[in-house]
Design a binder for this molecule. Structure first.
Ligand SMILES: *Cc1c(COP(=O)(O)O)cnc(C)c1O
Length: 374
């Protein structure tokens, strides 16, 4: 069986886990948490980073930092993971769903402005497949209306927009280190706080509403409960596993990009039969997060997935547009989001993980070409 995903471990994590255990501090904000946060600051220039238990938690921190209250509106693409919207719904926000682009599952930047009302507080953008949204356009719109921009960069580590690292452009950026992402620690995430005005409070929310972090830095002589928050910080054991991935980032990324390039080399002929392939705009880069095809119908996609399954290849579809979800559809207005519907029905993701052998990429490609009879 060629699985869709297989979590990769470089090996050093065992040594780092031992170091974390013998340090006597395995809870949050220990040595490996600091090393990971420092790595992100140095490599990508993020001002302040906080390691969290998941990207979902980092998004929940954003909702608190932005003071989202019942009645506020937040614009979120419909074609995304539940968490991009859920984090704001928990604070009472009304979600206004945006459609995707015709050439890419990312948000249609040109459709955003018409969704803004007096109640809009924030725009959440998702860099789908690690491919940047047009951030200049988005930041200009946000600035014009005084809105905050949250980048859901869950899939976008080591992805860039006009040379700038994703997650570092909006006011806040959220990363995931779930086992299905480029680098992982089982479950994990990170909040990048790019706008200085949120930095101090973010640290407090992270530590259950206390000023404990300031206390441990010796800035205050006792700590207490000063704000809302939760236990958003990740165990140092998770950080130890993540640090091993960061140490091997280049190797991981080179391998992932070579898999992406191999699919890209094998499959362009599919465009002749109307199948869509990933598009990378000139302002974006490819971070080797995933490779997908866009079939011409739900039926064709189902048959392709079945064809591959019968040959022991596991391919998977992706999001179910959130505006149609049983939870949110009753609250969504009448607007149609045809592109989000199309990706829901037609997008299929191919096996993609660091240990995927070149021969397996060839085998998957050959089976796809056989299905389409090209
Ligand atoms: C994976 C993912 C998430 C959720 O990440 P967790 O770390 O599992 O909470 C959120 N948004 C997007 C776009 C994702 O791909």
């Amino acid at each position: 069986m060629i699985p869709f995903n297989r979590p990769y471990f470089p090996g050093e994590e065992i040594d780092y886990l031992n170091q974390s255990i013998s340090s006597g501090h395995v809870s949050g904000n220990g040595i490996f948490t600091k090393r990971c946060q420092e790595y992100f600051r140095e490599k990508w220039g993020f001002r302040k980073c906080l390691l969290t238990t998941s990207c979902t938690d980092a998004l929940e921190m954003c909702a608190l930092l932005l003071n989202i209250k019942p009645g506020d509106e937040v614009i979120v693409p419909s074609y995304t993971f539940v968490s991009s919207a859920l984090a704001f719904v928990r604070e009472g926000a009304k979600i206004v769903f945006a459609d995707s682009r015709a050439d890419h599952p990312g948000v249609n930047e040109d459709a955003l402005e018409s969704l803004i009302t007096q109640r809009t507080k924030a725009i959440v953008v998702v860099h789908y497949a690690g491919v940047a949204c047009d951030m200049d356009k988005i930041m200009t719109i946000a600035e014009r209306h005084g809105l905050a921009v949250v980048e859901d960069a869950a899939q976008a580590v080591d992805g860039y927009y006009k040379g700038r690292p994703l997650g570092g452009i909006g006011h806040l950026g959220c990363f995931s280190f779930h086992e299905t992402k480029n680098i992982h620690c089982g479950e994990g995430g990170m909040l990048a706080i790019n706008d200085e005005k949120y930095q101090e409070r973010a640290e407090i929310l992270w530590e259950k509403g206390t000023n404990r972090a300031q206390f441990f830095r010796g800035e205050i002589n006792k700590y207490g409960w000063v704000d809302v928050g939760s236990s958003f910080l990740a165990s140092d054991l998770n950080a130890a596993v993540l640090f091993a991935q960061l140490k091997n980032l280049e190797e991981i990324q080179n391998k992932r990009k070579s898999i992406w390039t191999a699919y890209q080399r094998n499959l362009p002929v599919l465009e002749k039969c109307g199948v869509g392939l990933p598009e990378i705009p000139a302002y974006a880069t490819n971070n080797g997060h995933m490779f997908y095809l866009i079939c011409d119908s739900l039926d064709q996609r189902s048959r392709l997935i079945q064809h591959l399954r019968e040959r022991n290849i596991h391919s998977v579809f992706h999001y179910q547009a959130l505006h149609r979800s049983p939870f949110y559809a009753p609250r969504h207005d009448e607007r149609l989001l045809p592109e989000a519907d199309r990706y829901t029905a037609c997008l299929v993701r191919l096996p993609f993980y660091v240990d995927l052998e070149v021969e397996d990429v060839e085998k998957v490609s050959a089976e796809i070409l056989r299905f389409f009879e090209v």
